[in-house]
Structure formats: structure tokens, C-alpha cells
Design a protein around this ligand. Structure first.
Ligand SMILES: [Zn+2]
Length: 186
């Protein structure tokens, strides 16, 4: 991961919740500058830090925000949506049988052909070779037991897991609001 002193391309702003924590860690909540300016004018966000870059129109001039915080708190306690992304995130992008992080697919613990459902409780992340090896068998028949018993994660758990996947680059003005161990490069 790189820490940039120059603004990242497109001047995105890090978006914080009203408690000054990132709205989302993974993907990191970044808005393009056009959206940020709109939110400033609609009075939905406070500007916490800015880039040097300014935008001008005949009637105003402002520095582009690099960090903004929502004025009203967005509760993160709703149950996470059952999506491919969230399922991979729950399993930390690792095959639940062998730990591989490549060639990931979804495996129905109880195969669909045997009445298994497509649900948080019956799907795990599996690499293609493990998925193929397990085939249409149950974990017990195949002798393949997932590392973790699959369950519906909470938003909080997903956020925590997301912190394990920092993006490739960060702007230095974002660092105070992220809780990664980051070594600053000169
Ligand atoms: Zn595997």
C-alpha cells in the first residue's frame, strides 16, 4: 500500500460516518469530487480536510474536500445483503476447505440437488479444485468440513473483516480516520 502526498486521480474524498469512522472499509468509502461538492451544497456533509486543488465557478470558489463526514449518522446495524461480495468478505476471500485465495467459487454445503438452500448458512467460499473435489456430496460424505461454520454475519463483523483489506493507495489526509497500521513513506 502506498501513501500519496499528491491527490489520487479524480480527487476522491474519504467519506466518514457522523462518528468519524469510515462509512465503509471495504471497499473504502470514497466519493468522486463531483458528488462531494453536491453533498456539500446540499449540506449533507462537513468538510474535514481538503486538497490544494480548487474548483471555481463565477459565484464561488472552494478547495476540493479530501475528507468529509456525514451530518447524520447512518446506522450500520442492518443485516448485510446476501451478495457474492459480502459472502467472500465473510470468508475473508479464502477457500473454507484449504485456505487458497485463488480461483474462488461458492459451494453449497448441502448440494442443491439434495435440497440445500442458497443462504448464508449453506454457502461457503471454496476454490474451484475443492468445489470440484466435493462434487455433489455433503461435507460428511466428502470428508470436507469447512473451517468455520457458515452463518449470517453482522454488518459490524463485515466492517471488521474489511479492515483487513486496505486499498493499494491512500491519501495522507485520510490516515487519521483509518485504523490501519501504516508506515509512512518519505
Ligand atoms: Zn480449496
Amino acid at each position: 500500500m502506498q501513501v500519496l502526498k499528491k491527490p489520487p486521480s479524480g480527487w476522491p474524498a474519504l467519506v466518514l460516518n457522523a462518528d468519524y469512522r469510515p462509512l465503509s472499509y471495504y471497499p473504502l468509502s470514497l466519493w468522486p469530487w463531483q458528488e462531494v461538492i453536491k453533498a456539500v451544497f446540499l449540506d449533507r456533509v462537513d468538510v474535514i480536510a481538503t486538497y490544494e486543488q480548487t474548483v471555481r465557478s463565477p459565484s464561488f470558489e472552494m478547495r476540493l474536500p479530501s475528507v468529509v463526514a456525514l451530518k447524520s449518522f447512518v446506522a450500520q446495524d442492518r443485516p448485510p445483503a446476501f451478495t457474492r461480495f459480502n459472502l467472500f468478505l465473510r470468508d475473508a476471500f479464502a477457500c473454507q476447505y484449504c485456505g487458497s485465495m485463488e480461483d474462488l467459487t461458492f459451494d453449497h454445503l448441502i448440494p442443491r440437488s439434495r435440497g440445500g438452500r442458497t443462504s448464508w448458512e449453506n454457502i461457503v467460499t471454496a476454490c474451484a479444485p475443492c468445489n470440484l473435489a466435493k462434487g455433489g456430496r455433503t461435507p460428511r460424505e466428502a470428508g470436507m468440513i469447512p473451517h468455520k461454520h457458515p452463518a449470517r454475519p453482522t454488518m459490524h463483523q463485515l466492517q471488521d473483516l474489511g479492515r483487513r483489506f486496505p486499498p493499494n493507495f491512500l491519501h495522507e489526509s485520510w490516515l487519521d480516520y483509518l485504523y490501519w497500521d501504516i508506515e509512512l513513506e518519505a
